[in-house]
Design a protein around this ligand. Structure first.
Ligand SMILES: NC(=O)c1ccc[n+]([C@@H]2O[C@H](COP(=O)([O-])OP(=O)(O)OC[C@H]3O[C@@H](n4cnc5c(N)ncnc54)[C@H](O)[C@@H]3O)[C@@H](O)[C@H]2O)c1
Length: 287
C-alpha cells in the first residue's frame, strides 16, 4: 500500500473549507497550535492515530503536526469517515491517512496495519482496535511505544481488562475519564449527533414516536434529553438499578427491553455492549 488510502483526492478543497469552518469552533486547540508551532514539543515523535476522520480530528492532526509530530491517521469507525476531510489531510496537510467511508472489515484492519507500519512512539486510539491489534499482531513494535491515549468508554473498558490481566504493555491515558470528555462530548455531543444521524438517514418526525434508549449512561442521558426536546416519548432500558432510578427521577418511563420491544418505534443502544436488542427480542419471542 502507498502511504495513504482514501476515496478521492479531488475532494480535498471542499474538505479544507469544512476543516477551516470547524476550526472557528475550536479556540483552545488553536491556542495550543500557536504554542506548539513555537515550542515544537513533539519533534521527532512518531504517532499513529486511530480516530474518527472528521473535520475536528483534522484540526487536531494539524496541531500535532505543528508540534513536530510525525503523524499517520487511520479511521476508528468506517461509517464516520468524511472522505473530503481524508482527501484534504493527504493532499493539503500532507498527513498520511487511511480512511474510506463505508470500508469493509478487511480494509479497516488493513488500514490499521498500515498505521502500525509507521512504528509509533505514541498511539492515539478510539475504541482500542489499534492498541489491541498492536498487542496481538505487531508485538515487535512494543519496545518503541512510550504510551498512548484512549478516547472512549468502550476502549477504556477493553484496556482496563488488558491491564488487569497484565497484558497491556505500555501506559495509556484514559481520555474518557476526563470530566471535560464524558460530561460534554458523551452527553451533549453524542446526544445531538445521534439525533442528527437518525433524522438525516430516515427523515422521520420524532415528535410522538416511542423512542427506546438502551443504557442510561453519559450518552444515554444526553440522547434522552435531546429526544424529549424533539417531542419523542422516551422509554429507557437499563441493567444497572441506579441509572434506571435516575431515569425515572428524570421523568422517563423505564421498562425491560422485552416490554419496550413491543411498543417502540425507534431503538437506540448506548451501552457499549453487543446484541442488546436482538438477544432480548429472542427472549421475548421464546416467552
Ligand atoms: N461515537 C462517539 O462519538 C461516542 C462518544 C462517546 C461514547 N461512545 C460510546 O458509546 C457507548 C456508551 O458510552 P457511555 O459513556 O454512555 O457509557 P456509560 O458506561 O456511561 O453508559 C453505558 C450504560 O449502559 C448500561 N448498559 C450496559 N449493558 C446494557 C444492556 N444490555 N441493556 C441496557 N443497559 C445496558 C450500563 O449500565 C450503563 O449505565 C460506549 O460504547 C462508548 O464507547 C461513542
Amino acid at each position: 500500500m502507498e502511504n495513504f488510502d482514501i476515496k478521492d483526492s479531488s475532494l480535498a478543497e471542499g474538505g479544507r473549507r469544512r476543516i477551516d469552518w470547524a476550526e472557528r469552533e475550536m479556540p483552545v486547540l488553536r491556542l495550543i497550535r500557536e504554542r506548539f508551532t513555537k515550542e515544537r514539543p513533539l519533534k521527532g515523535i512518531r504517532m499513529s492515530a486511530c480516530l474518527h476522520v472528521t473535520t475536528e480530528t483534522a484540526n487536531l492532526a494539524q496541531t500535532l503536526h505543528a508540534g513536530g509530530a510525525d503523524l499517520v491517521i487511520t479511521a476508528s469507525n468506517p461509517l464516520s469517515t468524511q472522505d473530503d476531510v481524508a482527501a484534504a489531510l493527504v493532499n493539503i496537510y500532507e498527513i498520511p491517512t487511511f480512511a474510506i467511508k463505508g470500508e469493509n472489515n478487511v480494509t479497516y484492519y488493513k488500514h490499521i496495519t498500515a498505521a502500525l507500519d509507521h512504528n509509533p512512539h505514541v498511539t492515539m486510539d478510539d475504541g482500542a482496535d489499534l492498541v489491541s491489534t498492536l498487542h496481538k499482531e505487531r508485538r515487535d513494535l512494543l519496545p518503541n511505544v512510550m504510551g498512548g491515549t484512549e478516547e472512549t468508554t468502550t476502549g477504556v473498558i477493553r484496556l482496563r481488562a488488558m491491564a488487569a490481566d497484565g497484558a497491556l504493555k505500555f501506559p495509556v491515558i484514559a481520555v474518557n475519564d476526563a470530566q471535560t470528555k464524558h460530561f460534554f462530548d458523551n452527553r451533549y455531543g453524542t446526544g445531538q449527533s445521534t439525533i442528527d444521524g437518525i433524522v438525516r438517514a430516515t427523515n422521520v418526525l420524532l415528535a410522538g414516536k416511542i423512542f427506546v434508549i438502551a443504557g442510561y449512561g453519559w450518552c444515554g442521558r444526553g440522547l434522552a434529553m435531546r429526544a424529549r426536546g424533539m417531542g419523542a416519548n422516551v422509554v429507557v432500558t437499563e441493567i444497572d438499578p441506579l441509572p434506571a432510578l435516575e431515569a425515572v427521577m428524570d421523568g422517563f418511563r423505564v421498562l425491560e427491553m422485552s416490554e419496550a420491544a413491543k411498543i417502540g418505534d425507534i431503538f437506540i443502544t448506548l451501552t457499549g455492549d453487543l446484541k442488546v436488542i436482538e438477544q432480548l427480542a429472542c427472549h421475548t419471542a421464546a416467552n
